[in-house]
Write a protein that binds this ligand. Structure first.
Ligand code: MD5
Ligand code: FE
Length: 204
């Protein structure tokens, strides 16, 4: 079922469930080519979330700033291709949420273990905010913090479970959001891990 969080933001509960096994299998090939790593923020802090990417562009952070890069800085090689099962799911979810044709060029994969958190932030590193963002949750459940357009607005807490897909764009595109520190509720397939796939149109 669809849960609307805003005018142009919703959770498609269980949308990825029929594809979960195929998504995880396809992801194993991505992680083999571009291993997870803990990026450093411009302020010098190491992120508790481990990250990798697939597709033409990947999100990276270092002392110089945040940006999208066509190469994996760890290897100097292009990011692994975006698996077809990833792209199809992202496109189907964007369509069901009312955004029409979505052509993602970046898939950021975030890996959470117990205690990992993602503090409240906005996604502002993309060229054009007119495109929606699609996020797929796999593995352990997490509490999603869904805030307003200012940091001062107190975020709503939404449980995201294995197979849930969040889509937002338009007037909700720049909402503050984050993930509360993860509790250990091991998942039968992934163990004490949550994976989040975030699909974006980052370039032109
Ligand atoms: C995660 N990742 O679960 C989250 C899910 C990120 C990130 O936030 O930047 O990698 S994406 C949830 C999200 C992103 C952008 C806007 C909104 C939610 N929103 O307005 O609700 O690893
Ligand atoms: Fe974000």
């Amino acid at each position: 079922h669809i849960e609307w969080l805003g005018e142009q933001a919703c959770v498609l509960h269980g949308q990825a469930l029929p594809h979960a096994a195929a998504l995880i299998d396809a992801f194993d090939a991505v992680a083999a080519q571009a291993p997870f790593r803990h990026l450093v923020t411009p302020g010098g802090a190491t992120m508790s979330v481990a990250m990798t990417n697939c597709g033409p562009l990947g999100w990276v952070s270092d002392r110089r700033g945040y940006r999208y890069s066509p190469e994996d800085p760890a290897s100097g090689l292009p990011w692994p291709p975006m698996p077809a099962v990833f792209r199809r799911l992202a496109q189907q979810a964007a369509k069901e949420a009312g955004f029409g044709i979505f052509e993602p060029d970046a898939c950021l994969v975030n890996r959470y273990t117990p205690g990992t958190r993602l503090s409240l932030h906005q996604d502002r590193d993309e060229q054009d905010y007119k495109h929606p963002i699609v996020s797929v949750s796999l593995g352990m459940p997490a509490t999603f913090l869904f805030g307003g357009l200012t940091r001062a607005e107190r975020p709503r807490r939404i449980l995201l479970e294995h197979g849930d897909v969040v889509v937002w764009g338009g007037v909700d595109r720049l909402r503050f959001h984050g993930i509360a520190p993860l509790k250990d509720h091991p998942h039968p397939r992934l163990g004490s891990v949550r994976l989040n796939l975030t699909f974006r149109r980052a370039g032109a």
